[in-house]
Design a protein around this ligand. Structure first.
Ligand code: SAH
Ligand code: ZN
Ligand code: ZN
Ligand code: ZN
Ligand code: ZN
Length: 533
């Protein structure tokens, strides 16, 4: 019996680029003869396929790799669509217009001039999110400008810049200092000398911040991030403007070579990739990108080391575990869950007229929040053997000698499962009927034949694979992909489930509606909780 789908699956489904009801969008593989993907301002677009439940015939289209919200990038083109010369020219002109106002080289020149200025002349325009040189002052007279930008401030750009808050596209959830320090210490303890930071600007700056003489100061870091504002603060060899959903370097070959050289230095010894992608993104394009970075690193290896793997930390919510395992089967999910994230409390910012940083662990709103749970759903996925990764006992971790890994204190070793089974930081209970451990809030349902939340509607909410209707996989990994008969069977299966569900709901009347409202509300809260954690 397949496990019931809980909130995580719903979030995953939402993350699948706007799947709704009976249809959804998935990444499609370009055919061998396919022309190069058309470009949007964020580099090559990705080929998607709209899947309609049970119907195999679908029309494929190109859309932006980075932006899930049409408002941020409205690129759309059917795969078989022929565009006129005029439209192609207009698109090219538009892409040009969207480029950052300054080239990468210009940014570096400005930065070098800026650090030469006396303190009193170092200004930063908050309205434009830009470092100002004396020539620029006139244009920003009416803007919110801060002066006396110190070297320390320059070295911590993530504190000077507003976190981008667009939830769908950019969502910058910066690590709190404690979390960042833990990661930096861990990397140093593990003996890494180079860190490729993909979407981790705070970790990048902390690694570079360390005082000379400190062991960590020997660690080099290269940041790849789509947030162009960072290019004002770093020279070419420490920042590349980059899109991690299509492995696109906005500054072309020169930037790609910076990344290659970084990965291949010392024959590829001592480097690790650390990434904290936006959660709304699709797992598949990320996995494809990381495999390209791995290949780039491998090119620099000598023959006899071909067995070695590029060490990776992929920071992502625990409920993407199975999805990540599809692409990286040997990745292990660590139990570290103290991902306190720095966030800006808008109410307090209004009250005090400035941006306040709060560690959410200490923040009243969250401490006394509705659920009372403080854990973050964010975890580290890694190919480094977990017994090498020591989690801090003072934060409530212990070593499980049977599992050979550190786990949280609440995560108890289950003798029946033979492992520490909790995924979400709470103590899970073993169900002998399901023959596995389940969340503490779940109870065994004799109708569904497995454990589920007490207010679930039996067999009602499951949306299986679009092709065969089975519940344990999706269309893209369906063994029957390409067989139409099964597709029809799936429609019947789905319809059957739907009508069963409807019967149930009409029988239960009001109470059922209430349950589904509660479910929706719960899901919203869940999403809110993870977005804010
Ligand atoms: N916790 C990290 C920040 C993670 S937030 C830290 O504190 O260092 C996600 C990061 O990914 C942001 O820096 C954001 O700018 C970046 N990002 C978002 N979309 C991206 C994309 N398509 N390509 C590259 N970086 C991206
Ligand atoms: Zn785009
Ligand atoms: Zn300005
Ligand atoms: Zn168990
Ligand atoms: Zn059970």
């Amino acid at each position: 019996m397949a496990a019931p789908r809980s909130r995580p699956a719903a979030v995953e489904a939402e993350a699948d680029a706007g799947r709704q009801g009976g249809s959804g969008v998935e990444l499609a593989l370009p055919s061998d003869t396919a022309a190069a993907a058309p470009l949007c301002p964020h580099g090559p677009t990705l080929l998607f396929v709209k899947v309609n439940r049970g119907k195999e015939e679908t029309r494929r289209f190109y859309a932006c790799s980075a932006c899930r919200d049409r408002k941020d990038c409205n690129f759309f083109q059917w795969e078989d669509e022929k565009l006129s010369e005029a439209r192609l020219a207009a698109r090219e002109a538009y892409n040009q217009r969207c480029r950052p106002p300054l080239s990468r080289t210009q940014c570096v020149e400005r930065y070098l001039r800026f650090i030469e200025l006396p303190l009193s002349q170092r200004k930063f325009c908050q309205s434009c999110q830009q470092l100002l040189l004396p020539d620029d002052w006139g244009d920003h007279r009416e803007h919110q400008v801060v002066g006396d930008v110190s070297v320390t401030q320059l070295r911590r750009p993530s504190q000077l810049l507003y976190p981008l808050e667009n939830k769908k596209t950019n969502a910058q959830y910066l690590f709190a200092d404690r979390t960042c320090q833990f990661l930096a210490d861990l990397l140093s303890t593990l003996g890494f000398r180079r860190v490729l930071c993909v979407g981790t600007p705070r970790l990048h700056e902390l690694i570079r911040l360390t005082e000379p003489g400190d062991k960590k100061s020997n660690i080099k870091s290269l940041l790849l991030d789509i947030d162009f504002r960072y290019s004002q603060f770093y020279v070419e060899d420490s920042f590349c403007h980059y899109n991690m959903f299509n492995h696109h370097f906005f500054d072309g070959k020169a930037a790609l070579e910076v990344c290659r050289a970084f990965l291949q230095e010392d024959k590829g010894e001592g480097v690790i990739l650390v990434t904290d992608p936006p959660f709304g993104g699709l797992v598949e394009p990320l996995a494809i990108t990381f495999k390209k970075l791995i290949a780039m690193w491998k090119e620099g290896q000598s023959q006899d080391e071909s067995q070695k793997e590029l060490p990776i930390f992929w920071i992502f919510p625990y409920f993407f575990e199975s999805r990540i395992h599809q692409f990286f089967p040997n990745f292990c999910m660590l139990d570290y869950q103290h991902f306190h994230r720095r966030f800006i409390c808008v109410d307090e910012a209004m009250k005090y007229g400035c941006m306040l940083e709060v560690d959410y662990d200490n923040h009243a709103l969250y401490k006394h929040g509705k659920t009372g749970r403080k854990q973050s759903p964010v975890r580290i996925f890694t190919n480094i053997p977990p017994n090498k990764i020591i989690l801090p006992t003072e934060e409530g971790y212990r070593f499980c000698p049977l599992c050979q890994r550190y786990v949280s204190l609440e995560n108890r070793h289950c003798e029946h499962c033979g492992s520490c089974t909790s995924k979400d930081g709470r103590k899970w209970n073993h169900c002998f009927l399901c023959r596995k451990c389940v969340k503490p809030s779940w109870i065994h349902c004799s109708i569904c034949n497995h454990c589920a939340v007490p207010d679930h509607s039996c067999e009602g909410t499951k949306d299986g694979c679009f092709i065969c209707g089975e519940l344990d996989h999706k269309r893209s990994t369906c063994p029957n992909i390409g067989t139409c008969k099964k597709a029809n069977k799936a429609v019947r299966k789905q319809k059957q489930r739907r009508s069963n569900k409807m019967k149930m709901e009409s029988r239960k009347g009001q109470s059922m509606n209430h349950a589904s409202v509660t479910r929706k509300k719960k899901r919203r809260e869940g999403a809110h909780q993870y977005l804010c954690s």
